[in-house]
Design a protein around this ligand. Structure first.
Ligand SMILES: Cc1ncc(COP(=O)(O)O)c(C=O)c1O
Length: 462
């Protein structure tokens, strides 16, 4: 055990110290991995922990796409802080059952403390709002839709959607996260209840079109109940016009949920928060600490300014659960999950390790590196095709526009070479572009320069 723990500490140290020397992308086939696992892990004989730890770690090192690599310019997967690694180990070690306050007083209070610190950054009064940790953004978005439904249609909870006189419908932009398709399905609304509203030239939700759709739906006897704005779209980091959406929500009496899964972190920065104006008017919002706040997956968060609607949605009572404690909340009666892992510890420890100034510096540095990348790409003859103050950069090149090579070929070439990771996106459903996001607090200007050189090389070699 002692030797195993020492080996684990060494693996952690070595990975933090040397990840930048690894290939970003793994080179392996499913058959090779399956053969290896079948040969080495038939579970017939036990293996000593001190051997198991380095062998599991070496498999991960060889056959994982290294999102912790400073040249991973990828999806919203951050390099995690050491505090997050330590927190996940402690969470597994103590394995507190977070469902009931009385089973983990410190766990529940520590999550409450963390969420209460974050709430005012999103414009919420911690004494008049509800918040809890989720597995991720998809669960937080599902939570938002369920609570909005319960708020709008009190009979939905007992008698279901069939009791409603009209079909409830809700609105997202074409560029919103695709978790909402699943949410519409899971909530029993049906995927057709999700209205995807076109975007304007800047890839923001087209509010004129939104108003027309709401009016048409009402005229057709449907029951609009929710608007979803995105603060930092997955493809291009676009922020929908949140103020205007909130105004429309007020006029039309519709709940506003803001999916700020990635972009919500910008609310912590005095320089960037201006771009999220209107977020503070949301009825509910999603923010993932496992995106821009450098916590390990999954660390989603759901915030809501209507605690009574949250409580109504998830209410339940079971004789086998511990009695509630006065003045505290049991998360199993205010959220989707029942048994809960101690998600909040890694967020608490990451915030505590960095401190507010460190968090602000991390977020603002990444935004500045996004600007640097735009500048370097332009100088090298690339064309930036999205407009956002956040560090997601979508771009094209005259050669890509001629199809020689295609964006897909360029991206595949870069991924195959394994020095950087970028991806392809389709913007507004029509324009293919290369996408690069600064997701890593260890990425520096030299990595940005290296990315541009690598892309130049790939575009000329393809
Ligand atoms: C804007 C947005 N919302 C929601 C999600 C889903 O979050 P998760 O993957 O944590 O469930 C993502 C994931 O990238 C996202 O970009």
């Amino acid at each position: 055990m002692k030797r195993g723990i020492r080996k684990l500490a060494r693996e952690i140290r070595n990975y933090f110290a040397g990840v930048e020397k690894l290939r970003v992308t793994p080179r392996v086939s499913p058959a090779e991995i399956r053969r290896h696992l079948e040969e080495r892990f038939d579970f017939r004989q036990p293996q000593p922990l001190e051997e198991l730890i380095p062998s599991a770690s070496s498999l991960l090192r060889a056959w994982t796409l290294h999102t912790a690599h400073p040249r991973y310019f990828g999806l919203f997967n951050p390099a995690v802080r050491p505090a997050g690694v330590a927190a996940d180990a402690l969470a597994a070690l103590y394995n507190p059952q977070m469902a009931a306050w009385s089973h983990s007083p410190i766990g529940n209070e520590l999550e409450r403390h963390t969420l209460r610190w974050l709430a005012p950054r999103f414009g919420l009064d911690p004494d008049a709002s509800a918040a809890h940790f989720t597995s991720g953004g998809a669960e937080a978005n599902l939570t938002g839709v369920l609570v909005a439904l319960t708020h709008a249609f009190p009979e939905y909870g007992e008698r279901g959607l069939r009791a409603l006189p009209a079909q409830p419908v809700f609105y997202v932009s074409e560029e919103a996260h695709h978790s909402f398709h699943k949410v519409a399905h899971l909530a029993g609304l049906g995927r057709e209840a999700l209205r995807t509203v076109p975007v304007d030239q800047e890839l923001k939700m087209d509010l004129g079109e939104l108003e027309r759709r709401i009016a048409a739906d009402r005229a057709a006897g449907q029951a609009p109940f929710l608007l979803v704005g995105t603060a930092g779209t997955t493809s291009a980091g676009i922020i929908d016009p949140l103020e205007a959406l909130a105004g429309l929500g007020d006029r039309e009496r519709l709940w506003l949920h803001v999916d700020a899964a990635w972009g919500g972190a910008a609310a912590l920065s005095p320089k960037l928060r201006v771009h999220l104006a209107g977020l503070e008017r949301a009825d509910s919002l999603t923010c993932d600490a496992h995106k821009w706040l450098a916590a390990p997956m999954g660390a989603g968060m759901f915030f809501c300014r209507h605690p009574e609607s949250v409580a109504r949605t998830f209410r339940v009572s079971a004789s086998y659960m511990p009695d509630p404690t006065r003045e505290t909340v049991d998360p199993y009666v205010t959220s989707i999950q029942w048994s809960r892992r101690f998600i909040g510890l890694k967020v608490f420890m990451t915030l505590a390790e960095l401190g507010e100034p460190g968090l602000i510096r991390m977020i603002e540095t990444q935004a500045e590196l996004g600007e640097l990348l735009r500048d370097r790409l332009r100088r090298a003859g690339w064309r930036i095709v999205n407009r956002t103050p956040l560090p997601v950069v979508c771009f094209s090149h005259p050669r890509l526009e001629e199809g020689k090579p295609s964006v897909r070929e360029l991206v595949e070439r870069a991924q195959e070479r394994g020095k950087v990771w970028v991806s392809e996106v389709l913007l507004g459903g029509r324009q293919s572009a290369v996408r690069a996001c600064i997701t890593n607090y260890r990425t520096q200007s030299a990595d940005v320069e290296a990315l541009v050189q690598e892309l130049d090389r790939c575009v000329s070699e393809c």
